[in-house]
Design a binder for this molecule. Sequence first.
Ligand code: 13P
Ligand code: ZN
Length: 263
Amino acid sequence: MKYNEQLAERIAEVAEVAGYLWQKGWAERNGGNISYNVTDVVDDAVRALTPLGESIALARPVENLRSHFFLVTGTNRRMRYVSSSPMDNMAIIRISDDGRSYAIVAEKYIHPTSELPSHLSIHDYLIGKGCNQKAVIHTHPTELVAMTHNEAFLGKDILSRLLWSMIPETRAFCPKGVGIVPYTLPGSIGLADATIVQLDEYDVVLWEKHGALGVGENVVEPFDMIDTLSKSAQIYMSGCAMGFQPAGMSDTQMQELKDAFNL
Ligand code: 13P
Ligand code: ZN
């Protein structure tokens, strides 16, 4: 199907980032998922599409997403193939006018990610808050996930401070740090709810022993944040592998950055 230029750009953006997730080694098998609110760029042709199959009830209504359209990666689909053949591995879904169900409208009948409850709850929450953040990414960055296996890192803002202190960029480009959600069943409403609480304070959330979730105005933005945090995790790990605990920037040095960049 031929999409208008703006929608085609969004599809290309998801494909681009899906490729990065695979190249980074963060997307084993079907690991990770992406959703993108495209309501502002769908045209009459997409709006007129007949749904493919029955509408599917949502576990919880999404009041702020009534009649919205989303690009969503399919469950069990590989990021490497989302990258090479995007519309064979993701769908456009339309939320019903009452916000209680959704239908797959294009291009093939590809069932959305099992993490749809989290993705839609987050979009619903972000719109309710008046944010312009349209994209949600979930991925499995190895070193960041490894860090969540250490109880000592899970206290509030401990990991944020440690990751900030590894390299100035992380302090500058992930100014809110990372929130942590204790281990919760993947795909559950409980995981969605716990993530939303953290998103009130942070743009990136780590799901203990599972992965990272980021939000942004486009798909590249959360990817860049997770990538920057991942760089810090790798620096920390490299120091440990060399037999020392990295010293990290001092509080004074981090405060200097905060002041210099108005963070
Ligand atoms: P999906 O294939 O359903 O998107 O699941 C991948 C995943 O990472 C679950 O957390
Ligand atoms: Zn996952």
